[in-house]
Design a binder for this molecule. Structure first.
Ligand code: NAD
Ligand code: ISE
Length: 340
């Protein structure tokens, strides 16, 4: 079976996902696109023989030729398209964040529960990265003993001019928020933010930040968020257990020794660092739709909601300097029955 996908939002990641669905992955074809930037969408559609250019996301979702929807528009528009996809009974892959408020995420959770089957998957791609998966296998094996801490760094070379102070949490560290819930299989119970000396490269932003997350099992996670580090895109993670430590490996296939130096390249941005993870993520999503159950098994609407609640707590912690407890709504039994 070939899954026929319609893409809403043909910006950076929309185009990247279209490229992988048309040139890398199997069992999937892109049959429709839309974007409020009509010129960009038109150019993208021209490169997709037979694909329909729709004037709105709603019309794309209603198109009978579209089996499943990929939402790659800006965060504040996600809720309307995810809810419309659920109402149409179509599986929807929504790029992170699921929505920009926890209220909106909860409405999506409630709509999916009412629909009675899993339709939503959220684009938290670190769960598909070979290094993170290898680290999780070590943690799950128990060979480190109980995990006590995890040290993370999320460094962007630079960020766009519309990036705001809070984006460090809501747009960037939200990946670690999802990743640690998955890594340790437990919820985050509180957040704190420490503010070091401000980098002269950060412009009006408070950059870097240190986000501290408390896990339900007692482990502490620290996340350095640097969004103007200049030298490249650098993602790190190390778990400290009772009996040992384990860290994400170095990923470069080559190291160069020259002029008295040992050099390994650093990725330029998220597209390069997580290239293979995005491929696996979208392929596994397509495969899950094509199999007998026809339902996604990756990060769920509940995961999207939980990440939004923690991210909101992080924003309050950033603004107040206080430790902010995380209060999740009761988890519907619906999400216990599905792997996430
Ligand atoms: P972008 O600005 O390059 O592209 C977004 C596109 O959405 C633009 O072309 C814009 O015109 C379009 N758009 C906005 N409102 C729309 C609407 N109502 N209907 C249809 N189209 C609309 O942004 P991007 O970097 O591609 O990010 C898009 C989404 O993907 C964001 O939610 C972002 O957080 C997420 N993202 C995820 C990752 C990841 O690592 N998983 C990386 C980058 C971006
Ligand atoms: C971007 O939206 C992403 O999701 C990237 O993975 C992240 O590293 C970056 O900071 C975000 O702006």
């Amino acid at each position: 079976m070939t899954v026929r996908v319609g893409v809403i939002g043909t910006g950076m990641i929309g185009q990247d996902h279209i490229r992988r669905m048309t040139t890398v992955l199997a069992g999937v074809t892109v049959v429709a696109v839309t974007d409020v930037d009509v010129d960009t969408a038109k150019k993208v559609a021209e490169g997709l023989p037979g694909a329909t250019l729709h004037p709105t996301g709603e019309e794309l979702i209603a198109d009978p030729a579209v089996d499943a929807v990929l939402v790659c528009s800006w965060g504040p528009t996600h809720e309307q398209y995810v809810l419309a996809s659920i109402a149409a009974g179509k599986p929807v892959f929504c790029e992170k964040p699921l929505a920009t408020t926890q209220g909106a995420c909860l409405r999506i959770v409630q709509a999916e529960v009412a629909a009675g089957r899993r339709l939503v998957q959220v684009g938290y791609m670190r769960r598909y990265d070979a290094a993170y998966r290898a680290l999780k296998r070590v943690v799950d094996s128990g060979e480190l003993g109980a995990p006590l801490m995890m040290h993370c760094a999320h460094r962007n070379a630079a960020v766009p001019s519309f990036y705001e102070k809070e984006s460090a949490i809501t747009d960037t560290a939200v990946h670690e928020i999802d990743m640690v819930r998955w890594m340790f299989g437990e919820e985050i119970t509180a957040a704190r933010v420490l503010i070091p000396r401000r980098s002269r490269n950060g412009g009006p932003l408070q950059d870097p930040l240190l986000l501290i997350l408390e896990m339900a099992g007692g482990a502490l996670v620290d996340v350095e968020i640097s969004v103007n580090i200049r030298y490249g895109y650098d993602i790190r993670g190390e778990v400290v257990g009772e009996d040992g430590t384990a860290a994400l490996g170095e990923l470069s296939p080559v190291t160069v020794r020259r002029t008295g130096q040992l050099m390994t390249p650093v990725p330029l941005d998220w597209r390069e660092r997580f290239l293979a993870a995005y491929d696996v993520e979208i392929q596994e999503w397509v495969d899950s739709l094509a199999n007998a159950a026809g339902a996604p098994v990756g990060p769920s609407a509940w995961d999207g909601y939980a990440a939004a609640v923690v991210s909101d707590a992080g924003v309050v912690a950033l603004r107040t300097g206080e430790r902010v407890p995380v209060a999740l709504a009761p988890k519907p039994a619906f999400y216990e029955a599905v792997p996430s």
